[in-house]
Design a protein around this ligand. Structure first.
Ligand code: ZN
Length: 303
């Protein structure tokens, strides 16, 4: 009895110590990432979007901010790159600026492609995240839109729910409940986005997040090939369909793309506040090569 009491006492103490160590490790991780982020936000140079590129406004955010879309090239294959659906993922918006500058120089590509770039789908969240980057708390403020909706849970799909789960952290070990809107496509940002894809009949979509260092495909065969190539170039992990299902995400862009037969590539970059361009530029180029002439037939419908 006495021995048992002592054993359980030690176990409780050990558990407390382990919990404390875990918390400390997490905070150290946040601090390291936050300090890097501070330098990335204040000292690294991000190119301006070329002045001769004029965006079209595909819609407005809850707070009436324009959602801009740039078009480069006038070839037959349409590809859409979208950034900043979660406004706190600031690095993705920086990557968009690099991408626009880089794409403009790719004369050869631009004969084959009509490329659309939406640098920031959630401008209200982005503005909040820029104002309060929360360097030492993981930088999550600004993820949602101004209705507090997680836009990547707001798509009109069979699995849509008003409340859903957001898994994060190492191996998605932590989770939190998120609000997904009153109904699928309720948010002006999601509606503008899906209306634009349907109007342009886009069949290849790249969606950029951070900072999980992962790439995910949907059920589409082309998307799986593109994700393989993206993982090869970046060293990011391939999250399979089976593993994605475990996350219990609802109303996502991925599911919406499956319904609309769109090749979907979801990139989780490696840094919250940095552009990640050194890792991702080659992957973007490789995937465009693959679609253009690497033995993969571009989709014939909707071009
Ligand atoms: Zn995200």
């Amino acid at each position: 009895m006495c021995y048992n009491k002592m054993a359980s006492h030690i176990t409780i103490r050990e558990r407390k110590v382990n919990l404390m160590l875990k918390k400390l490790k997490k905070q150290l991780g946040y601090t390291k990432r936050g300090l890097t982020g501070y330098f990335q936000n204040n000292f690294s140079k991000i190119p301006n979007i070329p002045a001769d590129l004029t965006p079209s406004v595909i819609g407005k955010s809850v707070n009436n901010k324009p959602i801009n879309c740039y078009q480069i090239g006038d070839g037959p294959i349409k590809v859409l790159y979208t950034f900043g659906i979660h406004g706190n993922e600031i690095g993705t918006v920086k990557l968009a600026q690099h991408l626009l500058v880089w794409l403009k120089e790719q004369k050869e590509f631009l004969q084959k492609f009509k490329i659309f770039v939406i640098p920031c789908l959630n401008p209200d969240g982005f503005k909040l995240a820029r104002k309060s980057p929360q360097y030492l708390k993981g930088g999550n403020l600004g993820r949602f839109n101004a209705h507090n909706v997680d836009l990547n849970r707001n798509f009109l799909t069979p699995s849509f729910q008003k409340k859903s789960v957001w898994s994060f952290g190492k191996n998605f070990s932590e989770s939190s409940e998120v609000y997904c809107g009153e109904f699928g496509n309720s948010e002006p940002e999601t509606k503008a986005f899906t209306d634009f894809i349907e109007k342009e009949k886009i069949k290849i979509l790249f969606m950029f997040h951070n900072a999980g260092r992962e790439v995910m495909s949907n059920k589409n065969e082309l998307s799986k090939k593109l994700v393989n190539s993206y993982c090869e170039k970046t060293g990011f992990k391939y999250v399979s369909e089976e593993n994605w299902v475990i996350l219990k995400q609802t109303g996502t862009a991925k599911e919406w793309c499956d319904l609309h037969e769109i090749a979907y590539v979801e990139v989780e970059g490696s840094t919250r506040w940095g552009s990640d361009r050194k890792k991702q530029k080659n992957a973007i180029q490789a995937t465009l090569d693959l679609v253009a002439g690497g033995g993969i037939e571009p989709p014939t419908s909707g071009l």
